[in-house]
Design a protein around this ligand. Sequence first.
Ligand code: GLU
Length: 306
Amino acid sequence: MRYIGRFAPSPTGPLHVGSLVAALASWLDARAHHGRWLVRIEDVDTPRTVEGADQHILRQLAACGLVADEPVQWQSQRFAHYQSALTQLDTKGLVYGCCCSRQAILHALELNQQPHQRHTTPRYPGTCERLNLNQSRTKLAQRLKTRPAGTVTWTDRASGQQAEPVHAAVGDFVLKRADDVWAYQLAVVVDDAAQGVTHVVRGADLADNTARQIYIQHCLGLARPHYLHTPLVMGPDGQKLSKQNNAIAVPLTDTLGALREAAARLNLPADVIPEARQPSELLQAWISPWRSVWITAFTPPSGTYN
Ligand code: GLU
């Protein structure tokens, strides 16, 4: 089977154990399938990008023995490709300009008695679709029109059958922000397709983006990868570990310890080869347990859009 996997960190800070879990999981899945493993720096959200974090992440990965099989790619060098995808969607009549602020969207939802729940993407009520705003006059966000009747279904290799009626769940969603920042959803789809990614392995916090990404793939006629979302690493406060809540960076001086901790989060034997001196010894030793925990147990069929 042809297999191309990837790890796609956003350089908003150093790698912490939560992101190391995603890196390790995607690397092990690629090796277990005799596939290739790529690294893509997702520095598309320029205001959130921290200078030097990309190089630091690459050093941390290398110290953990995780080195990409092909040259690393930076999303900040690929804006022309995102523009060309946006133009394609626009040509199909699937894009419109939007001047709504987040505040305005929340207000419209209140008025429609659909109050927004905290920490979720507010569903866009479609306000600007009817306005047909003049794209050349002011800076507008670009939204993808979602078909009211469609439901995206797919099979996650860990959590099984999934379904999301994208229009009802999130509405027409942003492809490019009014401040000219490309949306993660578009950039990730364009790049996964351009790099021939066949398998996406990432943390469960990204699972609810999958339907939107499949929807874009459908609109652009792109192949759909298989998806596996691994469990989230929670901090002592019960919150997801993230750079935002100051999760501790993977120390360059104790990569064996960090790898063992990441492996334990993936239900792999942390104490494999207790006397290991090199990360590569641990990595090789976890390929077989990865197969029995994450591959043999689950079948990876694809889903549909209709
Ligand atoms: N860049 C995203 C993040 O670090 C991950 C993208 C992905 O794996 O699809 O949250």
